[in-house]
Design a protein around this ligand. Structure first.
Ligand SMILES: Nc1ncnc2c1ncn2[C@@H]1O[C@H](COP(=O)(O)OP(=O)(O)OP(=O)(O)O)[C@@H](O)[C@H]1O
Ligand SMILES: [Zn+2]
Length: 669
């Protein structure tokens, strides 16, 4: 019986691949890209075959047998392996820790029942015969030019589709996609959206327009069975359109021909734990690898993409006008709240504007990026505030279930009846969250149908969708929400947006805060007046109406704002003119974390690399762990990458009990 050696990547933090013996009997020699079951310590685990060899340096007596190969599943392609390999290298993680978690859980279990069931189910799945697609609107000249440029591109072609809110970018994606699918009989298209709540709207559009085409969706709210089926449909090439959130960038797509990243600026494209990858950046890499067009769409592009477009590395396609006839961008007005506070956090102008919408039967949206009732409760007699015992954070009052909750470690308690320090029974909520705004609105407008959409109101599966549907069905007069409602949604009858309190991010120490705030405000403002009709407006309540960020918002001038921020970043030597990574450490005592970082700093030589002093993180304590960080910078990406590689090696060998992690291209500093 012939033997061969399978070199296998496993999902472990050990930066290594492992060799196993395979007795190829009737089943033949396995292939690179197949999944195999192997013994690992006391367990049996599924790994990925990255090489098939005739011999190995591992001594015979140490070599274990691979137990099985998942031969019912076509091997993952060399391109997919290269993608996982690139992500592993770039983000400084072992290959197995990137590749395996990128696959559905049901593929990584010892039993093949779920896989076999999915294969059978997919085999039987049929699409309707000769279905009639919904009519596509006639594109305006800008949209047409954009769709044609994308669909007609040869080779690697990154596009920045820069179109104001409501300019019909979705329609450009759909029609470019239609052209590509018509031309490529097997071709696949990948469409990414930043948030799960944006998938249903787009899914409905895609299904109506491509009824004869199989669509897969990939996001974190699928059950494991669904995820397996949708992943498999993409892997087998049956699903020709794959719609998903950031994790879908790691889908196996053997016939990929076009990638679309909607709202490309959105921070959700960056995974914030484990493998801290940027789905947008991986998308561009994947398009380059496969020599495809990739479309980055946004009304407020990230400064990185904006910079690439200015340098001519990305081709900019512009949509300057709203798509619907007569629809214009809303007029933005600043309301100075530094002198007159108004009633329950709402200025007179805002209240009047809501009243007017109620009379006209139009909808209003109040945006406040803070959930809960109030961010803290306090004792007016001794000054006690509801701090979290485990974090450097305040406990937020949630009035719907009468609890205080820490949003960082999820510690919960009943609202105390009296002050824990002085016994005073008069505890006051301080500041406002979405629940409190909802309550005040209901008191001010008893006849209004008020709906709150935030992470708390949409915990149950399907509830976010129900909420958005009821807004679309005009069953809501006033919508109150966090960033969940701020982007992408195409509300037809919404003519007023009130921005409650944008000031807290104006003076943040994170240099990205103003970029993020501006994008967020432009996006939420862009929910108003999308269908024309009566005049729409955006009212911004601020104590700093003279701040330049607001002048740019009033003028809808993203170009100006982006160019001036970029100018500042260049002078200050910040990204995108500089490349960064952060080493974070956590320990029971802050000093231990700092000490570890100081030691880490001296582990390897670092010419051409700046390693800053270790500092406590801006939120130093979470869940009783003290956290500190070390910022590493270089003007050269290859130099930074080379340094990180050696550094990680040294850190892995450096014995420590401190928990640490590295993030490349951090977005939160
Ligand atoms: N050519 C067209 N003719 C008429 N209506 C159109 C056309 N293209 C798009 N629309 C409509 O314009 C509205 C806005 O389009 P869409 O939601 O795609 O905007 P968007 O550019 O994605 O905006 P945002 O950046 O705010 O998400 C939708 O109601 C859409 O149906
Ligand atoms: Zn906490």
């Amino acid at each position: 019986m012939a033997h061969c050696i399978l070199r296998i990547a496993l999902d472990t933090p050990l930066n290594a691949v492992f060799d196993y013996r395979w007795k190829s009997g009737d089943s033949g020699r396995p292939h690179v890209g197949q999944l195999a079951m192997v013994p690992f310590g006391p367990r049996e685990v599924v790994g990925l075959v990255v090489d098939v060899l005739d011999e190995t340096d591992v001594p015979e007596e140490k070599l274990k047998d691979a137990l099985a190969v998942r031969s019912q599943l076509a091997p993952l392609s060399a391109q997919w392996l290269a993608l996982a390999g690139f992500a592993a290298e770039y983000y400084q993680r072992p290959l197995g820790e990137v590749a395996l978690p990128g696959l559905p859980k049901n593929l990584r279990v010892t039993s093949t029942v779920a896989l076999d069931r999915a294969i059978k189910k997919l085999g039987k799945m049929e699409l309707p015969h000769d279905p009639a697609p919904a009519a596509a609107p006639l594109l305006n000249p800008g949209q047409q030019a954009a769709a044609d440029a994308i669909a007609g591109a040869q080779g690697f072609a990154p596009f920045l589709l820069y179109g104001v809110t409501g300019s019909g970018k979705t329609e450009v994606y759909l029609q470019a996609c239609a052209q590509v699918l018509a031309r490529e009989p097997e071709g696949q298209v990948l469409v990414l959206v930043p948030e799960i709540n944006l998938t249903p709207q787009l899914e409905t559009n895609i299904r109506a327009r491509f009824p004869g085409v199989m669509l897969s969706t990939l996001h974190s709210r699928l059950s494991e069975g669904e995820r397996m089926l949708h992943w498999l449909a993409a892997h087998e090439g049956k699903a020709r359109i794959v719609l998903g959130t950031r994790l879908a960038i790691l889908a196996s797509l053997p016939h990929l021909k076009l990638i679309v990243i909607d709202e490309e600026h959105d921070p959700s494209y960056k995974q914030q734990e484990g493998l801290r990858y940027s789905a947008r950046d991986l998308a561009v890499w994947r398009a380059h690898q496969l020599q495809l067009p990739v479309v980055l769409g946004s009304a407020t592009p990230s400064l990185e993409s904006w910079h690439h477009a200015l340098k001519g590395r990305y081709r900019k396609l512009e949509l300057r006008e709203r798509a619907v006839q007569q629809a214009v961008l809303p007029s933005v007005k600043l309301i100075d709240t530094s002198r007159r506070r108004g009633q329950e956090g709402m200025s007179e102008q805002l209240v009047e504007a809501i009243k007017l919408r109620m009379e006209r039967g139009e909808q209003s949206l109040l945006f406040l990026n803070r959930r809960g009732y109030s961010p803290v409760i306090t004792c007016e007699s001794c000054g006690w505030v509801s701090e979290c015992k485990r974090c450097t954070a305040l406990m937020v009052l949630h009035k719907t279930d009468y609890r205080l909750r820490c949003h960082h470690c999820s510690l919960e308690m009943r609202i105390p009846r009296h002050c824990p320090t002085c016994g005073n029974i008069d505890l006051q909520p301080l500041g406002r969250g979405t629940q409190r705004i909802e309550e005040s609105l209901q008191e001010m407008f008893p006849q209004a149908r008020v709906l709150r959409i935030d992470a708390d109101s949409t915990r149950r599966k399907g509830s976010a969708q129900e909420a958005f549907d009821s807004v679309h069905r005009q069953e809501v007069d006033i919508l109150v929400g966090t960033q969940m409602v701020a982007k992408g949604h195409d509300f037809k009858n919404l003519t007023l947006v009130g921005i409650m309190n944008p000031d807290s991010s104006l003076f943040s120490q994170d240099y990205r805060a103003s970029e993020r705030l501006f994008a967020q405000l432009m996006q939420v403002a862009g929910r108003a007046g999308r269908q024309g009709g009566s005049a729409s407006e955006v009212l911004v309540q601020t104590s700093y109406p003279e701040h330049p960020l607001f002048s740019a918002l009033v003028a809808h001038d993203y170009d100006y704002f982006a160019n001036s921020l970029l100018g500042e970043r260049e002078v200050a030597g910040l990204p995108p003119f500089l490349y960064q990574a952060i080493l974070r450490a956590e320990a029971r005592e802050l000093e231990q974390a700092l000490e570890f970082l100081r030691a880490a700093r001296g582990l390897v030589a670092h010419e051409g690399i700046t390693i800053n002093d270790p500092i406590p993180m801006s939120m130093a304590r979470v869940h009783n762990m003290e956290r500190a960080q070390l910022l590493v910078e270089s003007a050269s990406r290859p130099a930074l990458q080379a340094f990180l590689k050696g550094w990680m090696q040294a850190l892995r060998e450096h014995k420590t009990r401190i928990k640490w992690s590295l993030e490349v291209d951090p977005v939160d500093i």
